[in-house]
Design a binder for this molecule. Sequence first.
Ligand code: NAD
Ligand code: SER
Length: 327
Amino acid sequence: MSADKILVIGSEGQIGTVLSHALRESYGIPNVVTSDISSPRNSVIGHFEKLNILDGQKLFEIVKKHKITQIYHLAALLSAKGEQNPRQTWDVNMNGLFNVLEVARQEKLDKIYFPSSIAVFGGQTPKKATPQFTVLQPETMYGITKEVGEHLAQYYYKKFNVDVRSIRYPGLISYQSLPGGGTTDYAVDIFHKAVAGEPYECFLDSDTHLPMMYMPDAIRATLELMNAPADKLSMHYGYNVRSMSFSPEELAAEIKKHIPDFQISYNPDFRQKIAESWVESMNDSYARNDWGWKEEFDLAAMTKDMIHNLLKIKNKGTSEYDEKMFL
Ligand code: NAD
Ligand code: SER
């Protein structure tokens, strides 16, 4: 029986849905408490607590009630939604993180996970093989909150010994869950259209290259970092992690290998400017050296697996993942 008791905040989002399942498999259903401002879409497995992360008092109550030892703090507004409401993005992303770090400090929690993003880059950041330590001039409110969040995490580690761990996720691609309002969402939406036999109108230009990662690799990276021995970690900033980098045109060409009739057109909107402020690929030597990070999925393997799983969902009305989780 695990002595760890995990709280996932933002469990109903793109990552939370999949990560909560992986955590339940690792730690056991009674040892994982999920929470979100939104109600669960599916029947609840284990404990669920309705929580607005801005309610610090309620967070303390939940942590004490369930004797929580670790928090995975995923609740945030992402890049595209963030530009539509910068004030609320600052509030949720910064004050939410602050509440989590405070409960960790006061209740002496073992570990905190706080995801950062490629959105910390911008301005004069080198675009290719971007180093771990480089110019950070984020141009979105979302990116600003992630950059400041990384500094706050490092501050709480150094000043209060709170063990916060973080990854700068690239755009994440999943068949199990839909994205929640980011600039990389096109790379999930495109698959849903392709598998439905419909054309896709992309909101980014054809040759916009961005770092991306398949969800199984992202979940594995998260758990590997959280399980790494503390003395192996050289920092508590967000680690660069690399997996694949492609443009909408290259992704469409890969999809066409499986669905030859698939059609794509381009109609860039405000998200194009956001994408252009980010980088194309990252140097992740710190993650590889410190905790042994290595990706498993490249563009071809991810595309094949996405189409396979989405076709299963289309044909059966469910997937292996849903069968395991909810049936
Ligand atoms: P998402 O938008 O799909 O999910 C976020 C969840 O947080 C939602 O379920 C939402 O209801 C919840 N939430 C929002 N406001 C809340 C509040 N005030 N209190 C409690 N819950 C609240 O996002 P995601 O893609 O699952 O991202 C999770 C984390 O990973 C975020 O911090 C995000 O910045 C980071 N991240 C995601 C990606 C990606 O491509 N998905 C890339 C980089 C970083
Ligand atoms: N996928 C995220 C976004 O597009 C990057 O953090 O906002």
